[in-house]
Design a binder for this molecule. Structure first.
Ligand code: T3D
Length: 261
């Protein structure tokens, strides 16, 4: 099944959905409709029991240029877009019930960069760029940028990226640990979809425990984190996927995970 909402394209594959922002002439910058269409595509992925991963990407030559500045309004007519749209989106992706792969196909700027960086695994085309564009227009990073950037690249680089608002290319982003991998442009979607396929065939419950534990490690002491690991492991031990994984190992065959715990 393929659905085409106005501003987002959603393709259902075997085990995962590919969701593409689709305002290519505006580098997929967000207007309200694109937020609403993305919400709908995420709802569909969440409602589909066979969907065990998603790939988020952009149509055309850009990934996402953040807020549509022509649609931005002004102080006299304020719209709380962060409260209404961006923050719920970032929270949702950070806790999405299946792993999220981002395939950054071109420039990722402003909130578009931070949307990419909140995803679980980020691969980017070598021609793609990441730009904390905010200071160029008298704003500060949002959509989770001040949270995710220092965690990925450290405070020194985060400050320079945010204050200088200069682009970095995908290979630099990889070297700095901002993303998982920069790949040749032609290999982007096959790489991202192979990752999604592997995740979709994985032990979903364990993958989500891994995500949650790594996120909580950012602020926890070692003592606290050991307890987080113990609690997570106790939820997983004896689950159908744990039993299958161990059985498959002992029977010297590939595991067939159901995604149930
Ligand atoms: O509520 C709130 O508003 C707060 C929320 C803020 C969230 C944010 O994201 S603020 C940051 C907004 N984004 C930006 O400031 C980035 C603006 N765009 C750029 O700096 C450049 O376009 C890029 C560096 C991303 C790419 O440059 P380039 O040279 O490859 O492309 P271009 O020629 O600038 O853009 C191509 C077209 O896309 C062009 O349209 P045209 O002239 O062909 O009709 C351009 O205007 C349009 N476009 C690109 N970014 C945006 C945009 N149109 C509206 N809004 C955009 N953000």
């Amino acid at each position: 099944m393929t659905t085409a909402a106005t501003c987002v394209l959603s393709h259902q594959r075997d085990g995962y959905h590919v969701i593409a922002l689709n305002r290519p002439d505006k580098l997929n910058s967000f207007n309200t409709q694109q937020h609403l269409d993305l919400r709908q595509a995420l709802d569909q992925a969440e409602a589909d029991n066979s969907c065990r991963a998603i790939v988020l990407t952009g149509a055309g030559r850009g990934f996402c240029a953040g807020q549509d500045l022509a649609d931005a309004g002004d102080k006299a007519n304020p719209v709380d877009r962060l409260g209404l749209y961006y923050n719920p989106l970032i929270r949702r992706l950070a806790a999405f019930p299946v792993p999220v792969v981002c395939a950054v196909n071109g420039v990722a700027a402003g909130a578009g960069a931070n949307l990419a960086l909140i995803c679980d695994i980020v691969v980017a085309a070598k021609s793609a760029k990441f730009l904390q564009a905010f200071a160029k227009i008298g704003l500060m990073p949002d959509a989770g940028g001040t949270w995710v950037l220092p965690r990925l690249v450290g405070p020194a680089r985060a400050r320079a990226l945010a204050m200088l608002a200069e682009p970095i290319d995908a290979s630099t982003a990889e070297q700095w640990g901002m993303i998982y991998k920069a790949v040749d442009d032609a290999a982007l979607m096959s790489t991202a979809e192979a990752i999604a396929q592997k995740l979709a065939q994985g032990p979903t419950g364990a993958l989500l425990e891994i995500r949650a534990a790594l996120a909580s490690a950012e602020t926890n002491t070692l003592q606290h984190q050991l307890e987080v690991e113990r609690a997570g492991q106790n939820r997983l031990i004896g689950s159908p996927d744990n039993v299958e994984g161990v059985t498959a190992f002992l029977e010297k065959r590939a595991a067939k995970f159901s995604g149930r715990g």
